[in-house]
Design a protein around this ligand. Sequence first.
Ligand code: NAG
Ligand code: NAG
Ligand code: NAG
Ligand code: NAG
Ligand code: NAG
Ligand code: NAG
Length: 312
Amino acid sequence: MKVILVVAAVAVVVVFVVAGDCTWSQDINSRSWDESVICPEPYTLIGNTTCLYISQWGVVRNWSAAQTYCSVYEGELAVINDCALLGEVWTLTQHVLNLTGNFWVGGSDAEAEDSWVWERTVKNVPMGVPFWLPGHPDGDTDENKLMIADNGYFTDANETQEHFFICQDFSTLGSITGCNAPYILIGSSCFYIPPWEVLRNWQDAQEYCIEGLLGELAVISDCDTLGQVWNWIHYDLNMTGSFWVGGSDSAMEGTWVWERVWQRVPMGVPYWLHGQPDGDNAENKLIIAKNGFFDDENESQENYFICQYFLD
Ligand SMILES: *[C@@H]1O[C@H](CO)[C@@H](O)[C@H](O)[C@H]1NC(C)=O
Ligand SMILES: *[C@@H]1O[C@H](CO)[C@@H](O)[C@H](O)[C@H]1NC(C)=O
Ligand SMILES: *[C@@H]1O[C@H](CO)[C@@H](O)[C@H](O)[C@H]1NC(C)=O
Ligand SMILES: *[C@@H]1O[C@H](CO)[C@@H](O)[C@H](O)[C@H]1NC(C)=O
Ligand SMILES: *[C@@H]1O[C@H](CO)[C@@H](O)[C@H](O)[C@H]1NC(C)=O
Ligand SMILES: *[C@@H]1O[C@H](CO)[C@@H](O)[C@H](O)[C@H]1NC(C)=O
């Protein structure tokens, strides 16, 4: 008995020391996309981060009954927010499940006609190409719910119709993204913004990301990610201000590069507003300004900042 207690005590101390010192860093380094993927039954991982369940052959429901059906599996009608995922769903229904038909998903314009939102997140459903065919949505007030039609594209439909449907499990979203806390997945990258009271000049911000967080100031080199980061800051974090990212033209005035990868920062529309950058030699570091666009800023200014954990 005594021996067991001693062993237990040693184990506790070891766990404590490990937890205090380096478990987190080991954990974050050992994470990969594949290992971290577990969708609860009956969901299947589609794309890299989404747990979906597609109703079986013969199981059709109207929109609200489909929503109820999903809730039995602790999910909701799916949020299909990126076009690669829409493609994966098409491949799955056509080529794997051999299911042809219409599939309800979680979008609606019932609250405000023509203003399509995901009911779960109250965020906008993407419109136009490549989600919708030209001329759609076309149903006015008779068709207020969203489905993926038998041609694979979004269509508005009358909620009383009975169709197949796609449920999504949201409970595992954090753990399957491959981003360890405090990072969260935005697009296909892991980002973190420290609390609102943490403001730093550019160099101190870089060190803050590296030392405590094993990351670096963010590299945002595609415009979809810029948009998603902006939505996250604005609507999820409800923060207003300027945010340092990892670009600079310190090495050569006018030549903007991401310091981590030494690749060019994209210039012009839709990243920068006309007239920017404008600071010449006094403003050599990159910031996402209050208006959401890139801007050059003097590195000694204290600002919010965006850290990124690089998966490669
Ligand atoms: C999954 O992740 C890989 C690597 O990041 C990416 O190339 C691919 O487009 C992603 N697939 C989907 C459906 O998002
Ligand atoms: C797919 O389903 C159709 C009927 O819906 C059937 O005729 C066809 O043989 C099926 N194809 C495969 C590969 O199972
Ligand atoms: C659905 O269609 C029916 C019959 O066409 C119509 O009476 C009803 O108002 C429609 N539902 C909605 C929400 O528009
Ligand atoms: C949807 O289906 C359920 C159960 O089949 C039914 O009770 C409900 O009235 C239907 N709702 C609509 C809007 O058609
Ligand atoms: C967002 O922040 C502002 C003040 O900065 C506050 O007035 C507002 O209530 C906040 N909104 C939400 C949804 O938290
Ligand atoms: C930043 O601004 C300060 C004060 O205006 C100036 O002295 C300094 O040279 C600027 N930094 C750079 C890198 O130009």
